[in-house]
Design a protein around this ligand. Structure first.
Ligand code: BJW
Length: 231
């Protein structure tokens, strides 16, 4: 591949599975235990904010468990980025911080970050590791009960879409890792990359819903297929 052309990598929950975090749509996934309509929409938050806050508080505490660490796939991506001479963008749908902790630099959290909160009153966004169900005041404006998790729910606009769209329109290689391809606009990135003339590759435990849209695929656990593909 031409070393001046860009690489875009999209990751999903599957890359963090072997770190101990659950995916969404697998048999033991998050949506098998809780209805997304009850916790991952603005309507759910308006209806029952305490329930939504408690759902994210539990996941935030889980992420801060010292047992949850970046795995070989996160590390392989960070190492690849540091040696690739051309443009590189890692777009993750994950709200965990495992790519950050592995050392990825050119990174977009398109569905937000679990360890950040934002204030519905003054629009402050920042790191917040404590529970939100306890109605803490906003660190910026001081008003209580206005903080929500800095995540993107269904019906909300994913973050940094212009940066992502630009990278996709100029890339020569697009790699999708550990995502089922069920959620838009991420599910459409492979089509956008193909329009730009990129080679498209899926690395996943099994063929995803959109597998036929990729030129190539390698299947198996992320901690095996990602280092194998990138090294
Ligand atoms: C392994 C593995 C291992 C397991 N190794 N692999 C009709 C048509 C088209 C679109 C829509 C529609 N109706 C509504 C929409 C839009 C909607 C949408 O897509 N709905 C679908 C359900 C149809 N999308 C939105 O609303 C989005 N916003 C939007 O579209 O704005 C308008 C817009 C317009 C134009 C341009 C841009 C925007 C927002 C979506 C927000 C999604 N939010 C969530 C929650 C985030 C916070 C949280 O974490 O709680 O994001 S939902 C959830 O799904 C989460 C994930 O990021 C996302 C994707 O899940 P992911 O990562 O793919 O996980 P899984 O579980 O599905 O798959 C895991 C995969 O890993 C599997 O394939 C396994 O096999 C594999 N695996 N172990 C490797 N060890």
């Amino acid at each position: 591949m031409d070393r001046n052309s860009g690489i875009v990598v999209l990751t999903g929950a599957g890359i963090s599975r072997e770190s101990g975090l659950h995916t969404f749509r697998d048999a033991d996934g998050i949506w098998a235990k809780v209805r997304l309509e009850d916790v991952a929409t603005p309507e759910a938050f308006a209806r029952d904010p305490d329930r939504v806050q408690a759902f994210y508080d539990a996941r935030r505490r889980g992420l801060m468990d010292p047992a949850i660490q970046p795995n070989a796939a996160h590390r392989a991506l960070a190492a690849f980025e540091s040696r690739w001479p051309g443009p590189f963008l890692l777009v993750t749908q994950n709200i965990d911080d495992l790519h950050d902790r592995a050392g990825s630099k050119s990174l977009v959290h398109m569905h937000g970050e679990l360890l950040k909160a934002r204030c519905l009153h003054c629009r402050w966004v920042g790191v917040h590791r404590g529970d939100l169900a306890s109605h803490p005041p906003c660190p910026n404006c001081g008003i209580p009960t206005t903080l929500r998790p800095h995540v993107v729910w269904f019906g909300e606009m994913p973050l940094e879409m212009e940066r992502i769209t630009h990278a996709l329109s100029t890339c020569g290689l697009f790699i999708s890792i550990g995502t089922s391809g069920n959620v838009y606009p991420a599910a459409n990135f492979v089509a956008e990359a193909r329009t730009a003339g990129a080679l498209t590759v899926e690395l996943n435990l099994e063929e995803s819903a959109g597998a036929a849209h990729f030129h190539d695929g390698e299947y198996g656990p992320a901690t095996t297929v990602v280092p194998d593909y990138l090294d």
